[in-house]
Design a protein around this ligand. Sequence first.
Ligand code: KG4
Ligand code: ZN
Length: 355
Amino acid sequence: MVFHWRFSGHFMRVLGIETSCDETGVAVYDSDKGLLGDMLHSQIALHAEYGGVVPELASRDHVRKLIPLIDALLKQCGLQCGDLDGIAYTQGPGLVGALLVGAATGRSLAWSLDIPAIGVHHMEGHLLAPLLEESQPEFPFLALLVSGGHTQLVEVKRIGDYSLLGESLDDAAGEAFDKTAKMLGLAYPGGPELSRLAQQGDPLRFRFPRPMTNRPGLDFSFSGLKTFALTTWQQAERQDDQLRADICRAFEDAVIDTLVIKCRRAVKQTGITRLVMAGGVSANSQLRQHIDEALEKLGGRAFYPRPEFCTDNGAMIAYAGWQRLQAGQHEGAGFQVTPRWPMSELQAVEGRSEW
Ligand code: KG4
Ligand code: ZN
């Protein structure tokens, strides 16, 4: 198969497609002008009545929404399909059916336009999202990835060169937020609501453990905190709104403290004082404040995506895809999805140690 791409590593406009879970996200990244536009359709209302994501409903909704969303985005950006130079879609990790919708659509569209396509690692998308902002970290930097499916501390030497320093051995931070919220009767996805209630909670009433902080290493474990919250709720004499808020506060403080302790440890271990935080939980303003303070004390600095790019979105996929396409990487005519995919398996992007 011979492809005749129009670009030669210069000017590129890349369409990004994200369908790994419960958001349909699309965006166009332009190597010259930056992000031209992004659109998102959230499936939260669809899954709320089930208290969590129903994979088959997610896939079907991506099928319904993706193409109209791409049409609307191109219109908003004043572009035609023919103005695109490449397409990036989320290849994994994620829900297999949901991933297949974005991959099949992206790959077919690229085929019909005779432009290259690339499958992007969802967590690499999160990790690179802060690079869409004005102030960016220099390499190397540390990344704390905190989403619904992953909690990882990563050393980033350059794009695509990632060493895992530590990760959650059980629940991801976002998952622990959501499960604890559900247990306390909050609507799905409970993370943001739990955090809102925590503001009304008494920080001194309960103290939950900071798991795995009293032994060396950079791994996490959050599932015990959920049990701690449940036991505290069940053993209380009166189960009222104040108790709920106090538990939310104790839970949130414990998660934040634990994440901060491990980030501090990672800075000391590596000597790297620039830290990127990304993924859904990085939208949490209390967490940002504590991470900021910790990094400042260590003489370093924290970097984040804007709040709407902390959670799943098409912009991070367009950007990560552009980084790889401009380096000459692309898929063949077929496509595959990779529901489980360690980031360490990614290929480094050559010649991009700075920009
Ligand atoms: O990155 P993301 O959109 O999806 C995955 O890749 O998993 O992350 C979603 C997660 C959910 O668990 C959600 O509850 C959590 O991020 N989240 C928050 C906040 N906003 C989103 N958790 C705590 N505080 C928040 N403000
Ligand atoms: Zn995500």
